[in-house]
Design a protein around this ligand. Structure first.
Ligand SMILES: Cc1ncc(COP(=O)(O)O)c(C=O)c1O
Length: 344
Protein backbone atom coordinates (compact mmCIF):
# COMPACT_ATOMS: atom_id res chain seq x y z
CA UNK A 1 0.00 0.00 0.00
CA UNK A 2 1.33 3.46 -0.87
CA UNK A 3 1.14 6.43 1.45
CA UNK A 4 -1.52 8.06 -0.71
CA UNK A 5 -3.89 5.12 -0.95
CA UNK A 6 -6.89 5.66 1.27
CA UNK A 7 -7.03 3.86 4.57
CA UNK A 8 -10.63 3.20 5.47
CA UNK A 9 -11.89 5.70 8.01
CA UNK A 10 -11.77 4.28 11.50
CA UNK A 11 -12.95 5.87 14.69
CA UNK A 12 -9.96 5.77 17.02
CA UNK A 13 -11.20 3.43 19.70
CA UNK A 14 -8.84 0.84 21.06
CA UNK A 15 -10.35 -2.64 21.69
CA UNK A 16 -8.18 -2.85 24.81
CA UNK A 17 -10.51 -0.24 26.30
CA UNK A 18 -13.70 -2.18 25.66
CA UNK A 19 -13.77 -4.08 28.95
CA UNK A 20 -13.12 -1.02 31.02
CA UNK A 21 -15.74 0.93 29.10
CA UNK A 22 -18.35 -1.82 29.60
CA UNK A 23 -17.59 -1.96 33.27
CA UNK A 24 -17.90 1.83 33.57
CA UNK A 25 -21.20 1.74 31.70
CA UNK A 26 -22.44 -1.05 33.96
CA UNK A 27 -21.54 0.96 37.02
CA UNK A 28 -23.38 3.98 35.63
CA UNK A 29 -26.49 1.87 35.04
CA UNK A 30 -26.35 0.50 38.57
CA UNK A 31 -25.53 3.83 40.16
CA UNK A 32 -28.94 5.31 39.37
CA UNK A 33 -26.96 8.40 38.49
CA UNK A 34 -27.00 8.85 34.75
CA UNK A 35 -26.17 12.53 34.76
CA UNK A 36 -23.98 14.87 36.84
CA UNK A 37 -22.10 11.94 38.38
CA UNK A 38 -18.66 10.49 38.89
CA UNK A 39 -17.80 9.88 35.22
CA UNK A 40 -18.10 13.53 34.28
CA UNK A 41 -16.11 14.47 37.36
CA UNK A 42 -13.35 12.00 36.50
CA UNK A 43 -13.23 13.06 32.87
CA UNK A 44 -13.01 16.73 33.82
CA UNK A 45 -10.19 16.07 36.22
CA UNK A 46 -8.24 14.04 33.62
CA UNK A 47 -8.69 16.69 30.95
CA UNK A 48 -7.77 19.47 33.39
CA UNK A 49 -4.49 17.73 34.07
CA UNK A 50 -3.73 17.11 30.40
CA UNK A 51 -4.62 20.65 29.32
CA UNK A 52 -3.21 22.50 32.35
CA UNK A 53 -6.46 24.49 32.51
CA UNK A 54 -9.77 23.76 34.22
CA UNK A 55 -12.07 21.62 32.07
CA UNK A 56 -15.86 21.76 31.87
CA UNK A 57 -17.59 18.94 29.96
CA UNK A 58 -20.36 19.73 27.48
CA UNK A 59 -22.82 17.90 25.27
CA UNK A 60 -20.84 19.09 22.26
CA UNK A 61 -18.53 21.90 21.08
CA UNK A 62 -21.51 24.07 20.15
CA UNK A 63 -22.96 24.15 23.67
CA UNK A 64 -19.63 25.28 25.07
CA UNK A 65 -19.28 27.94 22.35
CA UNK A 66 -22.67 29.44 23.23
CA UNK A 67 -21.74 29.43 26.93
CA UNK A 68 -18.43 31.21 26.23
CA UNK A 69 -19.98 33.83 23.99
CA UNK A 70 -22.64 34.41 26.64
CA UNK A 71 -19.95 35.07 29.24
CA UNK A 72 -18.32 37.66 26.95
CA UNK A 73 -21.72 39.25 26.38
CA UNK A 74 -21.25 39.72 22.64
CA UNK A 75 -24.85 40.64 21.84
CA UNK A 76 -24.84 43.58 19.42
CA UNK A 77 -21.02 43.50 19.27
CA UNK A 78 -18.55 42.57 16.56
CA UNK A 79 -16.79 39.20 16.76
CA UNK A 80 -13.78 38.49 14.52
CA UNK A 81 -13.74 35.03 12.99
CA UNK A 82 -11.50 33.33 10.45
CA UNK A 83 -13.37 32.24 7.35
CA UNK A 84 -11.33 29.04 6.93
CA UNK A 85 -13.20 27.06 9.56
CA UNK A 86 -16.28 24.92 10.03
CA UNK A 87 -19.55 26.86 9.92
CA UNK A 88 -20.00 26.16 13.64
CA UNK A 89 -17.47 28.87 14.55
CA UNK A 90 -19.17 31.91 12.95
CA UNK A 91 -22.64 30.41 13.49
CA UNK A 92 -22.17 30.33 17.28
CA UNK A 93 -21.37 34.07 17.21
CA UNK A 94 -24.29 34.79 14.89
CA UNK A 95 -26.70 32.88 17.16
CA UNK A 96 -25.35 34.89 20.10
CA UNK A 97 -26.62 38.01 18.28
CA UNK A 98 -23.14 39.27 17.45
CA UNK A 99 -22.02 40.57 14.07
CA UNK A 100 -19.45 38.27 12.50
CA UNK A 101 -16.48 39.96 10.80
CA UNK A 102 -14.28 37.57 8.85
CA UNK A 103 -10.50 37.79 8.70
CA UNK A 104 -8.04 36.01 6.42
CA UNK A 105 -5.74 33.07 7.09
CA UNK A 106 -2.09 32.33 6.30
CA UNK A 107 -1.27 30.00 3.45
CA UNK A 108 1.41 28.20 5.50
CA UNK A 109 -0.77 26.98 8.38
CA UNK A 110 -4.35 27.59 7.12
CA UNK A 111 -5.00 29.42 10.43
CA UNK A 112 -5.79 33.06 11.26
CA UNK A 113 -3.36 35.70 9.97
CA UNK A 114 -2.02 38.16 12.56
CA UNK A 115 -1.73 40.94 9.96
CA UNK A 116 -5.32 40.64 8.78
CA UNK A 117 -6.51 40.17 12.37
CA UNK A 118 -5.00 43.52 13.34
CA UNK A 119 -6.30 45.20 10.17
CA UNK A 120 -9.88 44.07 10.91
CA UNK A 121 -9.62 44.75 14.65
CA UNK A 122 -8.50 48.36 14.05
CA UNK A 123 -11.39 48.78 11.66
CA UNK A 124 -14.30 47.30 13.64
CA UNK A 125 -13.15 47.25 17.30
CA UNK A 126 -14.44 43.76 18.13
CA UNK A 127 -15.41 42.73 21.63
CA UNK A 128 -14.31 39.14 21.09
CA UNK A 129 -12.54 37.01 18.51
CA UNK A 130 -12.11 33.43 17.42
CA UNK A 131 -8.87 31.77 16.45
CA UNK A 132 -9.16 28.26 14.99
CA UNK A 133 -6.33 25.69 15.20
CA UNK A 134 -7.08 24.10 11.83
CA UNK A 135 -6.05 20.52 11.12
CA UNK A 136 -4.52 19.49 14.44
CA UNK A 137 -1.58 21.89 14.83
CA UNK A 138 -1.49 25.16 16.76
CA UNK A 139 -2.15 28.39 14.80
CA UNK A 140 1.31 29.78 14.01
CA UNK A 141 0.23 33.36 14.93
CA UNK A 142 -1.39 32.39 18.25
CA UNK A 143 1.16 34.17 20.45
CA UNK A 144 1.02 37.46 18.55
CA UNK A 145 -2.78 37.38 18.29
CA UNK A 146 -3.21 36.51 21.99
CA UNK A 147 -0.81 39.29 23.05
CA UNK A 148 -2.57 41.80 20.82
CA UNK A 149 -5.98 40.81 22.24
CA UNK A 150 -4.73 41.10 25.82
CA UNK A 151 -3.36 44.60 25.17
CA UNK A 152 -6.59 45.75 23.50
CA UNK A 153 -9.10 44.05 25.85
CA UNK A 154 -10.43 41.78 23.10
CA UNK A 155 -11.62 38.43 24.50
CA UNK A 156 -10.05 35.57 22.58
CA UNK A 157 -11.68 32.15 22.19
CA UNK A 158 -9.65 29.29 20.74
CA UNK A 159 -11.54 26.79 18.61
CA UNK A 160 -9.63 23.63 19.53
CA UNK A 161 -12.05 21.23 17.81
CA UNK A 162 -9.05 19.65 16.00
CA UNK A 163 -6.30 20.13 18.59
CA UNK A 164 -6.35 16.89 20.61
CA UNK A 165 -2.79 15.96 21.44
CA UNK A 166 -1.21 19.09 19.96
CA UNK A 167 1.26 21.29 21.81
CA UNK A 168 3.80 24.03 21.22
CA UNK A 169 6.80 23.60 23.51
CA UNK A 170 4.54 21.71 25.90
CA UNK A 171 1.77 24.28 25.95
CA UNK A 172 -1.66 22.98 24.92
CA UNK A 173 -4.31 24.65 22.78
CA UNK A 174 -6.86 26.64 24.73
CA UNK A 175 -4.33 28.27 27.07
CA UNK A 176 -3.25 31.31 25.05
CA UNK A 177 -6.66 32.96 24.81
CA UNK A 178 -9.34 33.36 27.47
CA UNK A 179 -10.60 29.85 26.85
CA UNK A 180 -10.54 26.96 24.41
CA UNK A 181 -13.16 24.51 23.20
CA UNK A 182 -12.57 20.95 21.96
CA UNK A 183 -15.03 18.72 20.09
CA UNK A 184 -15.42 14.96 20.49
CA UNK A 185 -17.60 14.60 17.40
CA UNK A 186 -17.38 11.21 15.65
CA UNK A 187 -14.58 12.13 13.22
CA UNK A 188 -12.24 13.74 15.73
CA UNK A 189 -8.82 12.41 16.80
CA UNK A 190 -10.44 11.06 19.92
CA UNK A 191 -14.18 10.89 19.94
CA UNK A 192 -17.20 10.14 22.06
CA UNK A 193 -19.58 10.33 19.09
CA UNK A 194 -20.95 13.62 20.38
CA UNK A 195 -19.33 15.68 23.10
CA UNK A 196 -17.12 18.63 23.90
CA UNK A 197 -15.03 20.25 26.58
CA UNK A 198 -14.17 23.85 27.37
CA UNK A 199 -10.96 24.84 29.19
CA UNK A 200 -10.12 28.10 30.95
CA UNK A 201 -7.97 29.37 33.80
CA UNK A 202 -10.19 32.19 35.00
CA UNK A 203 -12.51 30.91 37.80
CA UNK A 204 -15.21 33.40 36.78
CA UNK A 205 -15.33 31.87 33.30
CA UNK A 206 -15.47 28.36 34.77
CA UNK A 207 -18.34 29.34 37.06
CA UNK A 208 -20.24 30.76 34.12
CA UNK A 209 -19.69 27.71 31.91
CA UNK A 210 -20.88 25.33 34.65
CA UNK A 211 -23.98 27.37 35.29
CA UNK A 212 -24.80 27.99 31.61
CA UNK A 213 -24.70 24.27 30.76
CA UNK A 214 -27.23 23.65 33.52
CA UNK A 215 -30.03 26.21 32.90
CA UNK A 216 -28.30 28.91 34.92
CA UNK A 217 -28.35 26.90 38.16
CA UNK A 218 -25.95 28.25 40.76
CA UNK A 219 -26.38 31.83 39.51
CA UNK A 220 -29.84 32.48 40.89
CA UNK A 221 -30.88 31.98 37.30
CA UNK A 222 -29.29 35.26 36.25
CA UNK A 223 -27.38 33.29 33.63
CA UNK A 224 -29.79 32.33 30.88
CA UNK A 225 -28.36 28.96 29.98
CA UNK A 226 -29.91 25.81 28.63
CA UNK A 227 -29.16 22.11 28.98
CA UNK A 228 -25.68 21.39 27.60
CA UNK A 229 -24.64 18.74 30.13
CA UNK A 230 -22.57 15.70 29.16
CA UNK A 231 -24.25 12.31 29.75
CA UNK A 232 -22.53 9.96 32.23
CA UNK A 233 -22.28 7.27 29.51
CA UNK A 234 -20.51 9.72 27.22
CA UNK A 235 -18.21 10.80 30.02
CA UNK A 236 -17.22 7.15 30.65
CA UNK A 237 -16.17 6.96 27.00
CA UNK A 238 -14.40 10.30 27.34
CA UNK A 239 -12.35 8.93 30.27
CA UNK A 240 -11.00 5.92 28.37
CA UNK A 241 -10.44 7.98 25.21
CA UNK A 242 -8.55 10.70 27.09
CA UNK A 243 -6.30 8.07 28.68
CA UNK A 244 -5.57 6.61 25.24
CA UNK A 245 -5.14 9.97 23.48
CA UNK A 246 -1.35 10.30 23.72
CA UNK A 247 -0.88 6.82 22.30
CA UNK A 248 -3.25 7.47 19.41
CA UNK A 249 -1.50 10.72 18.62
CA UNK A 250 1.93 9.07 18.93
CA UNK A 251 0.86 6.53 16.30
CA UNK A 252 -0.26 9.36 14.01
CA UNK A 253 3.05 11.19 14.48
CA UNK A 254 5.01 8.04 13.65
CA UNK A 255 2.88 7.42 10.59
CA UNK A 256 3.30 11.04 9.44
CA UNK A 257 7.08 10.98 9.90
CA UNK A 258 7.83 7.52 8.61
CA UNK A 259 5.34 7.21 5.77
CA UNK A 260 3.59 10.42 4.72
CA UNK A 261 6.47 12.92 5.02
CA UNK A 262 8.49 10.92 2.48
CA UNK A 263 5.69 11.07 -0.05
CA UNK A 264 4.62 14.68 0.48
CA UNK A 265 7.42 17.26 0.60
CA UNK A 266 4.98 20.10 -0.18
CA UNK A 267 3.02 20.06 3.07
CA UNK A 268 2.30 22.12 6.18
CA UNK A 269 5.59 22.42 8.06
CA UNK A 270 5.53 23.24 11.74
CA UNK A 271 7.70 25.74 13.62
CA UNK A 272 10.30 24.49 16.12
CA UNK A 273 8.79 22.91 19.20
CA UNK A 274 5.32 22.45 17.70
CA UNK A 275 3.82 18.97 17.56
CA UNK A 276 0.59 18.45 15.68
CA UNK A 277 -2.06 16.01 16.88
CA UNK A 278 -2.57 15.23 13.15
CA UNK A 279 -6.33 15.44 13.01
CA UNK A 280 -5.50 15.97 9.33
CA UNK A 281 -2.33 15.61 7.27
CA UNK A 282 -2.40 18.63 4.97
CA UNK A 283 -0.53 18.88 1.67
CA UNK A 284 -0.46 21.53 -1.06
CA UNK A 285 -0.27 19.22 -4.09
CA UNK A 286 -3.21 17.26 -5.45
CA UNK A 287 -3.15 13.65 -4.28
CA UNK A 288 -4.88 10.77 -5.89
CA UNK A 289 -6.87 9.62 -2.89
CA UNK A 290 -7.38 12.64 -0.74
CA UNK A 291 -9.86 12.35 2.11
CA UNK A 292 -11.15 15.68 0.87
CA UNK A 293 -10.21 19.10 2.12
CA UNK A 294 -10.40 20.29 5.70
CA UNK A 295 -12.96 22.78 4.36
CA UNK A 296 -14.16 22.91 0.78
CA UNK A 297 -16.00 26.22 0.94
CA UNK A 298 -14.88 29.11 3.14
CA UNK A 299 -17.45 30.45 5.61
CA UNK A 300 -17.48 33.97 4.13
CA UNK A 301 -18.73 32.37 0.90
CA UNK A 302 -21.29 30.16 2.65
CA UNK A 303 -22.60 33.15 4.61
CA UNK A 304 -22.33 35.45 1.56
CA UNK A 305 -20.16 38.14 3.13
CA UNK A 306 -18.79 40.60 0.58
CA UNK A 307 -15.20 40.53 1.77
CA UNK A 308 -11.93 39.85 -0.01
CA UNK A 309 -9.97 37.06 1.70
CA UNK A 310 -7.40 35.95 -0.90
CA UNK A 311 -5.46 33.50 1.27
CA UNK A 312 -8.63 31.80 2.43
CA UNK A 313 -9.77 31.33 -1.18
CA UNK A 314 -6.28 30.12 -2.13
CA UNK A 315 -6.19 27.59 0.70
CA UNK A 316 -9.66 26.28 -0.18
CA UNK A 317 -8.50 25.56 -3.73
CA UNK A 318 -4.96 24.34 -3.00
CA UNK A 319 -4.86 21.87 -0.16
CA UNK A 320 -5.60 18.17 0.14
CA UNK A 321 -5.55 15.67 3.00
CA UNK A 322 -3.71 12.36 3.05
CA UNK A 323 -5.51 9.70 5.12
CA UNK A 324 -4.12 9.42 8.64
CA UNK A 325 -6.55 7.31 10.64
CA UNK A 326 -5.52 5.25 13.66
CA UNK A 327 -6.25 1.81 12.18
CA UNK A 328 -7.69 -1.05 14.18
CA UNK A 329 -4.60 -3.07 13.28
CA UNK A 330 -2.49 -0.62 15.29
CA UNK A 331 -4.64 -1.13 18.32
CA UNK A 332 -2.54 -3.91 19.76
CA UNK A 333 -0.78 -3.96 23.13
CA UNK A 334 2.33 -2.59 21.49
CA UNK A 335 0.76 0.01 19.23
CA UNK A 336 2.73 3.09 18.29
CA UNK A 337 5.07 1.88 15.57
CA UNK A 338 4.09 1.87 11.91
CA UNK A 339 6.03 -1.37 11.36
CA UNK A 340 3.41 -3.21 13.35
CA UNK A 341 0.56 -1.73 11.35
CA UNK A 342 -0.88 -3.81 8.55
CA UNK A 343 -0.48 -1.33 5.72
CA UNK A 344 -0.89 -3.81 2.92
C1 LIG B 1 -13.34 23.77 13.66
C2 LIG B 1 -14.61 23.18 14.23
N1 LIG B 1 -15.30 23.89 15.13
C3 LIG B 1 -16.42 23.41 15.67
C4 LIG B 1 -16.91 22.17 15.34
C5 LIG B 1 -18.20 21.72 15.95
O1 LIG B 1 -18.08 20.69 16.88
P1 LIG B 1 -19.39 19.90 17.40
O2 LIG B 1 -19.87 19.08 16.26
O3 LIG B 1 -18.90 19.07 18.55
O4 LIG B 1 -20.39 20.93 17.85
C6 LIG B 1 -16.22 21.38 14.42
C7 LIG B 1 -16.60 20.02 13.98
O5 LIG B 1 -17.34 19.24 14.38
C8 LIG B 1 -15.03 21.90 13.84
O6 LIG B 1 -14.34 21.19 12.93
Amino acid sequence: MTATAALPFTIAFDPRDEDELMSRWRSVIRSQRWSEGEQVEEFESLWTKWNDATAVAFDNWAGAALAALDFFNVKGEKVLCPSNTFLATPRAAQLSDAEVVFYDCNREDLCGSFDDFVRKAELVRPKAAWIVHVGGHIAFDIVRIANYCRERGIRLIEDCAHSHGAHWNGRRAGTWGDLGIYSFYATKTISTGEGGVAVARDPEIIKHLRSFRNYGRGSNYTIQGMNHRMHEMTAALAVVQTRRMEEIVAWKRDYAREVLDRAHPNRVRFPDGMESGFYKYIVFDPIEKSTGRVYELPCHRIMRHEVDLPNTDWVAANHWCAPIYYPREAQTPKAGSVERVALA
